[in-house]
Design a binder for this molecule. Structure first.
Ligand code: NAI
Length: 352
């Protein structure tokens, strides 16, 4: 099903308002979900609305949050999100971090007590749009085995960085630290297909190809990805005093409770380093040089991070709108806030 940007965003916004989210917050969440879907990050777009609506309706997002901005030094702050929507809290915290970096050169902001914040590239793009460069990363439910282990300990702990160029292009790197997202395994289960052996392990820690035997996801690049997952959890969990490692709450465990997640934002003003113009010129040069390189067999071009997402957006816009799965569309146009027969409140993060 193809929908225009406005139609998709409006349907998502209405649904979350019907669940009880105030309009100003529903506007922010639906905008970021649309940002994801239009760039082809469908795992972090409209497909999430039914889960969020169930969580809103059950009280698992604080809908009138008491945000606290605690400046702890010239370049540091803690933002307490009061277990509100992570989208709303992190957008607000990124705005504050950009202001702090403009004033003091660098801002390191710990965002604590939030729910899921979605695709992280949205927030680093905010910084790039403000002529800043930024890194952010956050915790997510423990679903990944540590290198050499048998039990889930860390989440898919994503990392994003963003940087502006001199010509409007933006480098937006944005990835999970697991080989694949859980949603891709669900997709293979639904279609009765095997998964590649480097995606996940069974209860003994052995690689599996049967998606029904998955007990944990695998980190990217073995021990190196495991180290990156730990980096994310140390700086967005341990450092902020929120639950860490296997103690991080599950997305699907008691939807009436706040999730207490952490996220770290680092914003740097290039003017305090090489200078904004020089930085942007060099970033343009990097993108040009990569794009001009002879591609390897099987590749059309070497892309800079974020380039393909923009191409997907342009393609969707040129071919009738944003592609949404039919069942997601049926839900969005239905009267129900969420389905009671297929609740997300099942306490099993590996359920279908
Ligand atoms: P992905 O695998 O689609 O892309 C990862 C990165 O690789 C991107 O920066 C992309 O630009 C780059 N890339 C991909 N193919 C490329 C190519 N051929 N040439 C150059 N660069 C290329 O992303 P992934 O890991 O599936 O993550 C998807 C989204 O899920 C992200 O937005 C992430 O923030 C989000 N996420 C959010 C979580 C949360 O709890 N908030 C948890 C996990 C993921």
């Amino acid at each position: 099903m193809k929908l225009s940007r406005d139609e998709l965003k409006g349907l998502m916004k209405n649904k979350m308002m019907k669940a009880g989210l105030p309009e100003d917050q529903a506007e922010i969440v639906s905008e970021i979900l649309t940002w994801s879907d239009e760039r082809g990050y469908h795992s972090h777009g409209a497909v999430r609305v039914e889960y969020y609506s169930e969580r809103i309706a059950k009280g698992g997002w604080t809908i009138n949050p008491d945000f606290k901005w605690d400046v702890t030094g010239p370049c540091s702050a803690i933002f307490d999100g009061d277990n509100a929507s992570g989208y709303v809290a992190v957008k607000y915290a990124m705005e504050k971090a950009i202001d702090m970096a403009k004033e003091n050169g660098v801002a390191i902001v710990g965002v604590k007590n939030i729910a899921h914040s979605g695709a992280l590239g949205y927030y680093t793009e905010m910084a790039a749009d403000a002529d800043m460069t930024a890194i952010t990363f956050c915790q997510s439910d423990p679903m990944a085995v540590p290198y050499g282990g048998t039990e889930p300990y860390y989440g898919t702990n994503p990392i994003s960085f963003g940087a502006p160029t001199a010509d409007g292009r933006k480098v937006i790197f944005d990835m999970a630290t697991t080989v694949q997202a859980w949603g891709k395994i669900l997709d293979k289960r639904a279609r009765n297909l095997e998964i590649p052996s480097d995606w996940a392990v069974d209860e003994e820690g052995n690689p599996v190809t049967d998606p029904h035997k998955v007990n944990a996801l695998m980190p990217i690049a073995g021990a190196k990805g495991y180290g990156l997952m730990m980096l994310v959890d140390v700086f967005s969990g341990v450092l902020l005093g929120v639950p860490f490692g296997k103690h991080v709450s599950s997305m699907y465990h008691d939807l009436s409770e706040g999730r207490g997640l952490g996220q770290l934002i680092i914003v740097m003003d290039p003017n305090r380093f090489v200078g904004l113009d020089a930085f942007k010129q060099s970033m343009s040069q990097v993108c040009d040089e990569l794009g001009e390189m002879k591609p390897a067999p099987g590749f059309d071009k070497v892309n800079y991070p974020g380039e393909r997402a923009v191409q997907r957006k342009e393609k969707q816009m040129a071919t009738g709108g944003i592609d949404i799965a039919d069942d997601v569309y049926e839900y969005l146009i239905s009267d129900k806030v969420h389905s009671y027969s297929k609740s997300y409140d099942h306490k099993n993060r590996f359920a279908d």
